[in-house]
Design a protein around this ligand. Structure first.
Ligand SMILES: [Zn+2]
Ligand SMILES: [Zn+2]
Length: 632
């Protein structure tokens, strides 16, 4: 990504305990070691040797044998015809993503069934056509025409199966969707994949599935998804911290930095809470010149960010008379910012007709203006930093979400390009529990219902997760692809992940999720709140009750560990157990037992490359649990 050098230079000075967005900016430009380059995710994931189940369209009543050495799918038919009768027809377009699509199809079909599909050879009666080919029927062309946003289609027509999209990326998504929904493949994380055991699968001859995602931009800032390969499988198309250009689909790329760009564009102070004057003609000229320069140097970029510097909760924009006048007229400090951003957007639209100008509605600019509207080529990126994630955003009884709801409603009425920057972890201590899995479903739906077309789900982007990073990224990816799924489908994805990733004791982990989620209901959960207030116990014995609760939670993880003898699953259980160890130490320092527990925690964090904090430079040793970091 361009601009990385400057960000490194200016960004490092800015790290502060409250500047969240900046943390993303730093790693986005490669300051942190990314998963993709760390060598951890380069190795091919192992296909879990799980116990046979009947979960994939098994029409037969006889139970599967408990163990056998054959393929995961004993018989795969498409339209009643055995898979061995098919060959793959590759699109004639020369495109790395289309090559990935057909290669992946062949690879996973072979892994599942033992049948290697030819790509070469004579035209056959039965074929699987990947992307645009000369086999396309009128029906396939008509369905493809309707797709948007890298949408995909799975259609059986006249003896052929068509896996296709309106773009090469959409075609790749069609292949992964087919493998998941019809072959039983699972892509849980960069290092955990599985194929469900199945006796017999018959893909029906009348299949005609099409899907165009409502979210144009789908991104998670969870470390494991920085691997382009898992991002492609999860249909994540954000370009922050990952390079998708090498056959993993196209992503929406930025010219210059991702966020908090005004100080660098204007050449003004990068200190948090300091914003340039947006009615100063010299500032405007300089920003415009730099925007044009960046766009000319990055002809493929789709977005340029012209966004405010990072700030604390009490931050404000320029308070000069001219800026204040615009803000007062619009009833929000967004008045001066949007006036400025609209001017830039109008100025560049003729030379760069396909480029959007992205700005933040963040902290003091969150409220929408009274009469001013964003220009057609402006993206408003609304940030949920102040919200409670223990309750859904549309919970009428949660006061911190009420104001956000009003703001998003106002923006959704005046903005066609509404994006959201969302927060999905504990930003004081990444390793602590953040029981938001119950509200994720409601919140992603809520965004879709409010005309949001881009989501950036910020999590722990600085290290692997000692909590539920992989699960959360997986569920977010599923929701961003299809926010219209039912709640039952959401929990089915969760259970399927838990079983595949954590092994036979997965139900203990589901119980942990349900019970910790339930315990957040009576309080509120902001992204900086201590875990002792997130889990609410009332009265004078609340510390004692909380500790007893955490002991019970720890016992669930121990049972999950004991229940599986699969090495990979045990590692996953052990890694995610860190959250409850951390919570126990956080809530009470016990001179007798805590030192040994802390040592265990440190050892495991090093083993699994998990950090406490979002700031990559900090080591586990910098947390001093003896200093009563909990708030009572
Ligand atoms: Zn000013
Ligand atoms: Zn709340």
């Amino acid at each position: 990504m361009t601009g990385a050098e400057t960000v490194k230079k200016s960004g490092r000075k800015l790290i502060s305990a409250l500047s969240l967005l900046l943390a993303a900016l730093l790693t986005a430009c490669g300051t942190a070691e990314s998963a993709a380059t760390a060598g951890e995710t380069d190795t091919a994931p192992t296909i879990a040797a799980e116990a046979p189940t009947d979960t994939v369209t098994d029409a037969e009543t006889e139970p599967l044998p408990e163990k056998w050495d054959g393929p995961h799918v004993m018989s795969l038919k498409i339209g009643g015809v055995d898979i061995s009768e098919y060959r793959v027809v590759k699109s004639s377009e020369n495109d790395a993503t289309l090559t990935t699509a057909s290669d992946e199809l062949i690879k996973y079909i072979e892994a599942a069934t033992g049948v290697y599909l030819d790509e070469e050879g004579e035209r056959r009666e039965h074929e699987i056509c990947v992307g645009v080919t000369d086999r396309d029927t009128d029906r396939v062309r008509a369905e493809r025409e309707k797709l948007t946003n890298d949408g995909c289609a799975i259609i059986y027509d006249e003896g052929r199966l068509y896996l296709t999209g309106n773009t090469p990326t959409g075609t790749m998504y069609a292949v992964y969707t087919f493998l998941e929904d019809h072959v039983g493949c699972r892509f849980y994380s960069s290092r955990c994949e599985a194929i469900k055991y199945s006796r017999h699968i018959d893909v029906p001859a009348d299949i005609c599935y099409t899907h165009s995602p409502r979210f144009l931009n789908r991104d998670t800032f969870w470390y494991d998804t920085f691997s382009p390969s898992i991002a492609a499988k999860l249909k994540i198309n954000g370009s922050i911290n990952r390079n998708m250009t090498n056959g993993h689909g196209t992503s929406i790329t930025y010219a210059g930095y991702f966020v908090h760009t005004l100080p660098s564009l204007a050449g003004t102070s990068t200190a948090p809470n300091v914003q340039p004057c947006l009615t100063d003609p010299a500032v405007y000229d300089k920003v415009l010149a730099n925007v044009k320069k960046l766009l000319r140097a990055n002809p493929d970029a789709k977005i340029i960010s012209v966004s405010q510097n990072d700030s604390y909760a009490n931050g404000l924009g320029c308070q000069c008379e001219n800026c204040k006048k615009l803000d007062d007229e619009q009833g929000t400090p967004m008045g001066s910012l949007l006036t400025f951003v609209n001017r830039i957007a109008n100025e560049i639209k003729d030379e760069f007709p396909d480029v959007y100008v992205d700005t933040l509605a963040y902290r003091y600019t969150r409220k929408a203006p009274k009469t001013l509207k964003p220009a057609d080529n402006v993206i408003i990126r609304l940030c949920s930093i102040e919200c409670c994630f223990g309750h859904p955003l549309d919970d009428p009884d949660c006061p911190s979400n009420k104001q956000f709801r009003e703001d998003i409603e106002a923006w959704s009425k005046i903005c066609d390009n509404l994006f959201v920057w969302d927060y999905t972890t504990d930003f004081m201590y990444y390793v602590n529990p953040f029981p938001n899995l119950g509200v994720l479903y409601d919140n992603v739906r809520f965004y879709a219902e409010h005309n949001v077309i881009g989501l950036f789900e910020q999590g722990n982007g600085q290290s692997f997760s000692g909590e539920f990073g992989e699960l959360r990224a997986y569920l977010l990816a599923k929701l961003m692809w299809d926010p219209d799924m039912t709640r039952e489908q959401y929990y089915a994805y969760m259970d399927d992940f838990l079983e595949g990733y954590y092994g036979e004791g997965w139900q203990y982990i589901r119980e942990y999720i349900d019970r910790t989620t339930e315990k957040t209901k009576d309080g509120h959960m902001g992204i900086y709140d201590p875990i002792s207030t997130v889990f609410t116990f009332k009265g004078s014995k609340r510390q004692k009750e909380l500790l007893a609760f955490l002991e019970e939670m720890k016992a669930l993880w121990d049972k999950a560990y004991e229940a599986t003898d699969d090495d990979a699953c045990r590692r996953n259980v052990e890694k995610s157990t860190l959250q409850v160890l951390s919570a126990m130490l956080y809530c009470k320092w016990d001179k007798k037992n805590s030192p040994a527990m802390l040592e265990t925690l440190h050892t495991l964090m090093k083993k699994y490359r998990v950090n406490f904090f979002r700031e990559n430079q900090k080591t586990p040793d910098t947390v001093d649990y003896t200093k009563n970091i909990s708030t009572w």
